[in-house]
Design a protein. Structure first.
Length: 494
């Protein structure tokens, strides 16, 4: 007999035994206060916010899109003005924003282009080093804030803004040149959400070399960065997007920290439409999906190995959405493992069409070994598709009990074995996925739409401005202790 806690709580395969027990797969979690239950602002006056989002851009992806989406959502809840870099100006205008009224673009292109070009040159052909780029960007970013202060310093001193909020850069290693100046004139400075510093898991040094993350080994020196200590000390609130980042904040400043992951879901592309409530048919193939860059650290090769037995027998299909340097190797694996008939792999698709494609899945599998955010995980959850992630970095913090599976971060061989066992188990018990998908959508609706996230951030502003007595708290990041919740009825599989 195989015991499976429903909905999804925790699973484990006991050492040297083929049965499941309670430690093999852990669900993330921790108590969270919903936005509706949080104290309301005591004032109807919308805060006046100067938003710093140097790299925000609606036409790009990753941090640029996160910065744009977050800034626009905050602007809908406040009286906001966004400051960005000149390279984003045309895309801001195309999105309908009015220069001077809604945003200001500051020209720091020459230095920014220099850091990008230098990273390209030092990284080597086809292997852009993001860690090196982050280091070089930190050297040129202060020039952006100096130019910002020249333009907005007099307006800040005149009391035109209640709060200054730096959304981008996301990196916790980037100092702010204006933070001490804002403290001096009594304007609260909000920093974050900050995310970064996720360590490479042990046993994956070959992937680190493939990613050319040589600069990352020097990251421990970031604490010596001029201005970083004063940036944190002069920040009125620090939004921490992950437990890794939270641990790096000095204990004396923890009372200023609020846990708010940086990612959220665009409801125009990923509407929270309920899925069918009927149990999935176990006689049909289990439909698996993955979305992401096809690079070694995303673990798609582990997914193929784990799912191969189900795929070969027609028990599952796999839709791999994405592209990258690993594509040719993965296609070769698919061919040699005789999986061509059941694996779809046709590159990137337009982001506006991704929702329709993902909605065809029963389970979203994202075995990335080193992920800071995990926006694709939230997008799947918004569509009612429960995710499978590894207990490392940002993704597990998005998946509370009942909404998906969090596998222990272990060796490559153990991850493959654990994932394979999980796929066989949920394939035989599909009703678990129906309930998990429903709970996943509810979780996204409460915390991870951009509108919900903006309301969370405005509550932080209200706290700083004295309109709210208690610091907002929606729970702490997921830990790996035995106190994690389990729940629901108990089901068994023979």
């Amino acid at each position: 007999m195989i015991a499976l806690t429903h909905p999804l709580a925790r699973l484990s395969k006991a050492e040297n035994v083929g049965s499941w027990s309670a430690e093999r797969v852990q669900c993330a979690g921790g108590s969270q206060q919903t936005l509706d239950s949080a104290p309301k602002s005591q004032s109807k006056t919308r805060p006046r916010v100067l938003i710093i989002a140097e790299a925000a851009n609606p036409a790009l992806t990753s941090a640029a899109l996160v910065g744009w989406s977050c800034a626009r959502a905050i602007a809908a809840e406040t009286e906001a003005h966004i400051v960005t870099e000149w390279r984003n100006r045309d895309d801001f205008l195309r999105a309908g924003l009015i220069e001077g009224k809604d945003f200001t673009a500051i020209n720091n292109r020459r230095l920014q282009h220099l850091s990008w070009s230098l990273t390209n040159k030092l990284s080597g052909k086809g292997n852009f080093s993001w860690s090196l780029y982050a280091m070089l960007s930190n050297l040129v970013y202060p020039f952006f804030e100096r130019a910002l202060w020249r333009e907005f310093g007099p307006r800040l001193k005149a009391g035109e803004f209640d709060v200054v909020h730096r959304i981008l850069p996301l990196s916790p290693t980037t100092p702010s040149w204006i933070a001490p100046k804002l403290k001096k004139i009594g304007v609260p400075f909000v920093l974050g959400p900050l995310n970064g510093g996720v360590p490479w898991p042990k046993g994956f040094e070959d992937l680190r070399r493939n990613e050319r993350d040589f600069a990352g080994k020097l990251r421990a020196l970031y604490k010596l960065t001029p201005g970083l200590k004063s940036t944190r000390e002069c920040s009125s609130a620090i939004l921490s997007a992950s437990r890794t980042t939270l641990k790096e904040i000095p204990e004396a400043l923890q009372q200023r920290c609020v846990f708010i992951p940086e990612n959220a879901v665009d409801l125009a592309k990923f509407p929270l439409t309920p899925r069918e409530s009927a149990p999935l048919n176990a006689s049909q193939p289990l439909r698996l999906s993955f979305v992401g860059r096809l690079v070694a650290l995303k673990g798609v090769d582990m997914l193929l190995e784990a799912a191969a037995p189900l795929l070969r027998t027609g028990g599952a299909t796999l839709d791999i959405i994405g592209d990258g340097p690993e594509r040719a190797r993965l296609q070769s694996m698919i061919g040699s493992m005789e999986l061509t008939a059941c694996v779809r792999m046709d590159g990137w698709i337009d982001h506006s069409k991704l929702g329709d494609r993902l909605r065809e899945s029963d389970l979203f599998v994202f075995p990335s070994i080193r992920e800071f955010g995990g926006g694709a995980v939230l997008e799947a959850m918004a569509l009612g598709v429960p995710p499978v992630v590894l207990n490392h970095g940002g993704p597990p913090e998005l998946v509370p009990p009942g909404t998906g599976f969090v596998l222990p971060m272990s060796t490559r061989e153990d991850i493959v074995e654990c994932l394979r066992d999980l796929l066989f188990t949920v394939s035989a018990q599909r009703d678990v996925l129906v309930e998990a998908g429903r709970l996943a959508q509810e979780h996204v609706r409460s915390f991870y739409t951009w509108e919900a996230k903006a309301r969370q951030i405005v509550q932080v502003y209200d706290w700083l401005l004295g309109r709210r007595a208690v610091k907002p708290d929606w729970g702490t990041p997921m830990g790996t202790s035995a106190t994690q919740r389990t729940g629901g009825r108990q089901a068994t599989i023979s």
